[in-house]
Design a protein around this ligand. Structure first.
Ligand code: PEP
Ligand code: MG
Length: 591
């Protein structure tokens, strides 16, 4: 039995068989599979060869059309090589006899071919070595990029060096019980998507994949952030018990569904859901959320297709109708940083997508509202879709990552312009949709006294606010120790925002990951928040806390936390307060 510690990002425990995807920037460390996983690995290999064949044929046609058939013919060599019987046989043997994973079989076998050509001291054959490398890269790219489209026929736990948010979004939740990655940070969008899909997940484990083979029995503990490979009998039994305890706890929480989140002194707290996919509106409704506080619309793009106005309109309208008159805050596209689109295949596509050229500092670059203001036609298209859909429900529009008043005004003006345009064309739309902004950059907090004059509502995004205030990448495991939303500096910024918004009579909510952690609930209520938005699965537990506290007690907690100097001090204090309130929770697992 070997145990690894990572960062817990999506709760729950899974026990099952591993599938390992193991490629890192062109280098593939040795990775193996259990005998039971051999057929699945062979199938992956065959799929990759099939897809590579199609890709090579397309490249050949494209090049022939652009610069001539004689250049297109270069790819014929690749096709011949790919379908060479002896190469195929060697690849299959590597999986069947040596138990290599599909990636490692490709890496090892083609690597050996390339080295042989290279060493022949013949310039013509040395050239062939680069063709082999080309083929190797193409197959490896397919085996990594297509990995989430792999069809599983039994429940598995997937492991990789990293997953992008879109790969996570494409996970087949029917069969994927959990996942864990070597890299990744606590508030990465990969983690957020895992939470939305209710898949237990651990990220930032560091190098551990070489200890693991596809088919191994593993445990992923998404509450404690641990991965246990080949668990012994005692551990297995302990985790099976924990799983069943968690199931009965979930039943307990479900009994709160029809009750309001009212504190003991009678203060009503609005609990809203965060969603990434339209289908999650159903989860919000089923859990009896008061509405949707954050709809991350960029995930419509990250799924692969780039939706046109009508497709967006239908998605938004569907969510609004599902929520049946409860408020839905639709955030305009927040692409960039760790939410990137694939490079378009043809040049023309660039103008119809939100693809961003590689940047040195993507978190500080062309992301979010900045991208919308740059690709104005795409922004206008989204606004038209939202305003039209808003006719069928209670929509609000929210801009992400506003960092200056000028940026806010520019975005706001475009909304007015789009409204005028719709009115002129006689299209049905809702003219009085409230327009608000995310508070997730320190500059917007420092200028909050100006924003309150013009903005209809605010939502504090502590994920980015923590990243930008403490200058710490939210996706990087190596600086994870600095990434703390309960750092006193973040508490101060939240407090400043709430005081200013309250003073101006403007509603303010909090929709960062902090909202869904019950340990923080008394603190957030004490800081003056009355609207919290979180992944729907986390809402019942937060409701339970709201119903057990009174506001005065929460104020004292917040006051004390605000006086502290270190995040660890705040966290330990809040944990102690929480376990004081709920002593029965102070055991293994659950939190
Ligand atoms: C945030 O930054 O806290 C937030 C809610 O936005 P996102 O996580 O989508 O960046
Ligand atoms: Mg954000």
């Amino acid at each position: 039995m070997i145990t690894f510690q990572g960062i817990a990002v999506s709760p729950g425990v899974a026990i099952g068989k591993a599938v390992v995807f193991n490629v890192e920037g062109g280098r593939v460390p040795p990775s193996y599979c259990e005998s039971t996983a051999v057929p699945a690995e062979l199938e992956r290999l065959d799929d990759a060869i099939r897809l590579a064949t199609v890709g090579i044929q397309e490249s050949s046609q494209g090049v022939s059309q652009k610069i001539g058939v004689e250049y297109g013919a270069i790819f014929e060599g690749h096709l011949l090589m790919l379908h060479d019987d002896s190469l195929k046989k060697r690849l299959r043997e590597a999986v069947e006899k040596r138990r290599f994973s599909a990636e490692y079989a490709v890496y090892d076998t083609l690597g050996e071919y390339a080295a042989k050509f290279q060493n022949l001291n013949d310039p013509y054959l040395a050239e062939r070595a680069s063709d082999v490398r080309d083929l190797q890269n193409r197959l490896l790219r397919i085996l990594t990029n297509e990995r989430m489209q792999v069809r599983f026929s039994e429940p598995v736990i997937v492991f990789a060096r990293n997953f992008t948010p879109s790969e996570t979004a494409a996970m087949d939740t029917h069969f994927i019980q959990a996942f864990a990655t070597e890299s990744g940070g606590p508030a990465s969008h990969t983690a957020i998507v895992a939470e939305a899909l209710h898949i237990p997940a651990v990220v930032g484990v560091g190098q551990f994949l070489h200890h693991l083979a596809s088919g191994d029995i593993v445990i992923v503990d998404g509450d404690a952030g641990t991965i246990i490979i080949h668990p012994d009998e005692n551990t297995l039994e302990r985790y099976e018990r924990l799983q069943s305890r968690q199931q009965s706890y979930a039943v307990d929480l479900a009994s709160l569904k029809d009750l309001k989140a009212v504190t003991k002194d009678g203060t009503e707290i609005e609990l809203l859901g965060n969603i990434e996919f339209p289908s999650e509106a159903e989860d919000c409704w089923n859990i009896n959320a008061d509405g949707i506080g954050l709809y991350r619309t960029e995930f419509l793009y990250l799924g692969g297709e780039h939706p046109d106005e009508q497709e967006q309109y239908e998605a938004y309208r569907g969510v609004l109708e599902k929520m049946n008159g409860r408020p839905v805050t639709i955030r305009t596209v927040d692409l960039g940083a760790d939410k990137l689109l694939e490079k378009p295949d043809t040049e023309g596509d660039e103008f119809s997508s939100y693809y961003i050229e590689e940047e040195k500092n993507p978190c500080l670059g062309l992301r979010s509202i900045r991208l919308s203001l740059k690709r104005v036609e795409l922004f206008r298209r989204q606004l038209r879709a939202i305003l039209r859909a808003a006719y069928y429900g209670r929509a609000k529009i929210m801009f992400p990552l506003i960092s200056t008043v000028a940026e806010w005004r520019q975005a706001r003006m475009i909304v007015e312009d789009v409204k005028e345009d719709l009115a002129e064309r006689g299209v049905h739309f809702a003219p009085d949709v409230p327009i608000g902004m995310m508070v997730e950059v320190p500059s917007s907090v420092l200028m909050i006294d100006r924003f309150v004059r013009e903005v209809d509502f605010f939502s504090i995004g502590t994920n980015d606010l923590t990243q930008y205030t403490l200058a710490v990448d939210r996706t990087n495991k190596d600086v994870y120790y600095l990434y703390n939303s309960c750092d006193p500096v973040i508490l101060k910024l939240i407090h400043m925002t709430v005081l200013a918004a309250d003073g101006a009579g403007k509603p303010v909510s909090l929709c960062g990951q902090m909202s869904g952690n019950p340990i923080f609930t008394p603190l957030l209520l004490g800081l003056g928040l009355r609207h919290l938005s979180m992944a729907p699965a986390l809402l019942p537990e937060v409701k339970k806390v709201c119903r057990e506290v009174d506001i005065e007690q929460c104020r004292l907690i917040a006051q004390k936390a605000l006086e502290m100097e270190k995040a660890s001090e705040v966290r330990n204090y809040l944990r102690a307060e929480y376990f004081h309130l709920f002593p029965e929770m102070d055991g293994e697992g659950v939190l």
